[in-house]
Design a protein around this ligand. Sequence first.
Ligand code: R5P
Length: 328
Amino acid sequence: MNNVILLADRNSHAWGFAEKIQLYIRQTKEYLLPLCEVQVNKFRNGEIGVHVPENVRKKHVFFIHDSSKDPQDWWVELLLVKDLLLSASAESVTFVLPNMLYSRQDRKDKPHVPISARTLARSLSHGLDRIITIELHAGQIQGFYPEEVPVDNLYAFPEVVRYLRLNHWDDIKDIVVVSPDAGAAGRTKSFLRKMEKAQERDLFKQNYSFALLSKERSKPGEIGGMQLVGDVKDKNVIIVDDIIDSGGTLCAAADVLKANGAKKILCYATHGIFTRGTLELCNCFDVVMTSNTYKQEDPNIKVIDMTPIFAEAIYRAHLGLSISKLFD
Ligand code: R5P
């Protein structure tokens, strides 16, 4: 992996994330990838300035960005870093985005609204070589990027299933896997399949089942109502989502599941933003799990490390090896 460098903002969550990627590649592939710094500062009026002290000429640069930043700063920093790297003659530029922000508005669900995921794609695409991200809100967002900018959408579920089998073996006996809304049904079923596949070699097989909550939103960020389709009576359940923002969706779901007789209630979402804190969620659920695509500070939240998947993807993308093999 000659001429490859990792780049991140030292004063952000992305730096620790990048260090873990660097360590994984050193330990498993015996390459020490240089981790270089992008310095981010602000002018007095709030405009952003970026600077990379290192020479990047002819280098393959993997810029690891921090999803926990203000979403507007996150977007502008991507544009400025790309411009900087191209102007400095980098050989290739890959954005490693632990969460692809602006993905929730991926279609016109009512008149006179932007398709923000497409706007982001149009602004990022020019000159960019690749994006590596995980658990995109909707897989078809990849189609907003032209063919010369492939988007590798990684899956968190293999790590989550491994974690559950190691740490919550008793809780997941005959568990019901619940989708928090109709749009998440495909993702939830794929989680169910991973759970089933993981027990292929087990002597005694569990009988996992599926249920769906039908969610109505009164306005963005507020839940109108929820109905359960399926049976959770006297069963443990796990709700799987891509994002916890306010936590409103999951708390409303927990109420409906309890009212329908569920026993233990677990939840997992890859991107734990927790804009309303974690207290209410921890009261609603027996176990709350997320990943480290966002900075997490509450010890009551179980955090599953996604850096091995990103490290493998970086390694494989650079050497032209299969990424899908990671998820077989
Ligand atoms: C919605 O489509 C997403 O998949 C999540 O369910 C949603 O963003 C979660 O938001 P909140 O935690 O604010 O209910």
